[in-house]
Design a protein around this ligand. Structure first.
Ligand code: HEM
Ligand code: HEM
Length: 191
C-alpha cells in the first residue's frame, strides 16, 4: 500500500501534527510534573494521564489508518542505509507512541494508584499490585521518555536535512496543508 501517492492523506497529516503537539506537551508536562513539589503536581498528573491515554487511542487509530492507506515512497535516490534508518526510526516512534502510555498505565496499576482521568473516568488496573513491577516500569517510563525525546529531535533533524540539504520534497508529503501541486524530486520509487 505504498508508493502510489506523493503525500500522506489529509487524515494521516492531521493525526501526525495533532499527535506531535500532544506528545511534545506530554514530555514537558511529565518533566514539569516530577520537578514540582507544589500543589500543581495533582492537576499536572491528571492532565498527563488524560492526554497520555488520548495519545494511546490516537496512536491505535493512526496505525490502523497507516495499514489502510500506506505511505508515499521515499525518494528513489535516497541511499539504502538512510531508507532503513527512516523505516526503523518511524517504527520506534510508533512503538513509543503506544508503549509509553501503556507503561504509564501499567506502572500506576502496579503501584496500586487509581487511574482517574478528567471527568472522573476511572480506568481499570492492567497489572496486579507489585512493588518490584512498579519500580521496573517506573524506570522504563523514565528512560524511554528520554529516548522518545532524543528520537523526536533526530526525526526533526532528518526532516530539516531533507528540506534544506537534499531538497527532495519529503517534508511536503507530511505538511498540514495538501501540496499535490508542489513538484517532488523525480524517481520516488516504492519503499
Ligand atoms: C505518550 C505518552 C507519555 C509520555 C511521553 C510520558 C512522559 C513522561 C515523562 C517525560 C515523565 C517524567 C519522567 C521523569 O523525569 O521522572 C513522566 C512521568 C510520569 N508519567 Fe508519563 N508519559 C506518558 C504517558 C503516561 C500515562 C498514560 C500515564 C498514566 C496513566 C503516565 C504516568 C506517569 C506518572 C505517574 C509519572 C510520574 C512518576 C513520578 O512521579 O515519579 N504517563 N511521563
Ligand atoms: C512528537 C513529534 C513527532 C512524532 C512522534 C512524529 C512521528 C512520525 C512518524 C511515526 C512518522 C512516520 C509516518 C508513517 O510512515 O506512517 C512521521 C513522518 C514524518 N514526520 Fe514526523 N513526528 C513528529 C514531529 C515532526 C516534526 C516536528 C516534523 C517536521 C519538522 C516532522 C516531519 C515528518 C515528515 C516530513 C514525515 C514523513 C517522512 C517520510 O515519509 O519518510 N515530524 N512522523
Amino acid at each position: 500500500m505504498s508508493g502510489s501517492r506523493t503525500e500522506f492523506t489529509a487524515l494521516q497529516r492531521s493525526l501526525h501534527w495533532l499527535m506531535a503537539i500532544c506528545i511534545l506537551a506530554m514530555l514537558f508536562v511529565g518533566v514539569g510534573m516530577v520537578s514540582t513539589v507544589g500543589r500543581q503536581y495533582i492537576p499536572l498528573l491528571a492532565t498527563h494521564k488524560t492526554l497520555g491515554i488520548a495519545i494511546l487511542a490516537l496512536a491505535v487509530i493512526r496505525l490502523a489508518v497507516r495499514f489502510v492507506y500506506g505511505a508515499p515512497a521515499l525518494p528513489g535516490d535516497l541511499p539504502e542505509p538512510m531508507k532503513l534508518a527512516a523505516h526503523l526510526s518511524h517504527l520506534a516512534l510508533y512503538a513509543l507512541m503506544i508503549g509509553m502510555p501503556l507503561i504509564g498505565w501499567a506502572m500506576m496499576s502496579a503501584g496500586g494508584y487509581p487511574i482517574t482521568l478528567y471527568g472522573q473516568i476511572r480506568l481499570p488496573p492492567i497489572l496486579p499490585q507489585s512493588d518490584s513491577l512498579h519500580t521496573l516500569l517506573w524506570n522504563a517510563h523514565f528512560y524511554l521518555a528520554f529516548a522518545f525525546f532524543a528520537l523526536v529531535l533526530l526525526h526533526i533533524a532528518a526532516a530539516l536535512f531533507h528540506t534544506l540539504v537534499r531538497r527532495d520534497g519529503v517534508l511536503q508529503t507530511m505538511l498540514p496543508v495538501g501540496n499535490s501541486d508542489v513538484p517532488l524530486k523525480p524517481q520516488r520509487n516504492t519503499r
